[in-house]
Design a protein around this ligand. Sequence first.
Ligand SMILES: [Zn+2]
Ligand SMILES: [Zn+2]
Length: 334
Amino acid sequence: MYGAGDVRVETIADPTIQHATDAIVRVVRACVCGSDLHPYHNMPAQEHGQQMGHEFLGIVEQAGADVTTVKPGDLVVASFSYQDNTCEFCRAGVQTACVHGGFFSAAQAELIRVPLADGTLVKLPAEVDEKLLPSLLTLADVYGTGYHAAKCANVSAGDTVAVIGDGAVGLLAVLSARQLGAERIILMGRHKTRTDLGREFGATDVIAERGAEGIAIVRDLTGGGAHKVLEAVGHRPAYDQAVGIVRAGGVISRVGVPQYEQAPVGFASLFGRNITLNGGPAPVRAYIDALLPGILNGTVDPGQVFDRTVTLDEVPDAYRAMDNREVLKALIRF
Ligand SMILES: [Zn+2]
Ligand SMILES: [Zn+2]
């Protein structure tokens, strides 16, 4: 990416092993993320391009001398953060705060260097049906992030859950809330093809209205607000909506990357009603082992969030189409 709206496909040098804990992966599937659209809007024009992409699965091409859990030829999926998965933060389930970790930004490419391969790559069954690859790719970010939203809200059997946002993460937060036993799931979104998929994933109600009107409808529908609100947008109006629809004693869980620093937390908003505010960058590595079996046995199909498949050369068009909301999430097939 050379700046807002300027994505180019270029040939650069192949990545090489730099540390004995690295691996090189040949990417089989990658994708464009909703979060990639922030720089697509805002990045100042620059002379040298920035590599993009943080969601991928592929085949290990080369493993450093200290890598023990994967070997060349293995099919693997990576979390969007890399981590040792052994430090005190990783052991506490906050892999995105790993003392040795970081975040990928070079996965929209044929080859990628994976630091801390043992803590980052998860081996997949070699004979996996190719049809499952899109769903397996969601483990890299969007499914794990939706699941993190539901886990941070402690969604439990019988809960009424409201999900704000009908992007890929919001829709997979719906799926995750259903998996965790929510009884009623209210999806707040305005794009019918997306909210229809949300119903398929388990939404019981869809509310297209926003702002004060949307808040009034949800409060009325729930007799005073939802127990758990999963916010998957990141803009300030979505936060205000979450505060408006959460029930006293409830939880707001945010996984949409906040595009704001200031928001109310005082008596009238959170404190006076004993609201818990939770969430953050999802430590998706912590969830891959738990979410993988449901994909492999066909219980869930989170890969339905991909509604266009492109080649590497078509990636600039995939950004444009996602930005225009023609496409929910674009899969890159190598
Ligand atoms: Zn992502
Ligand atoms: Zn760590």
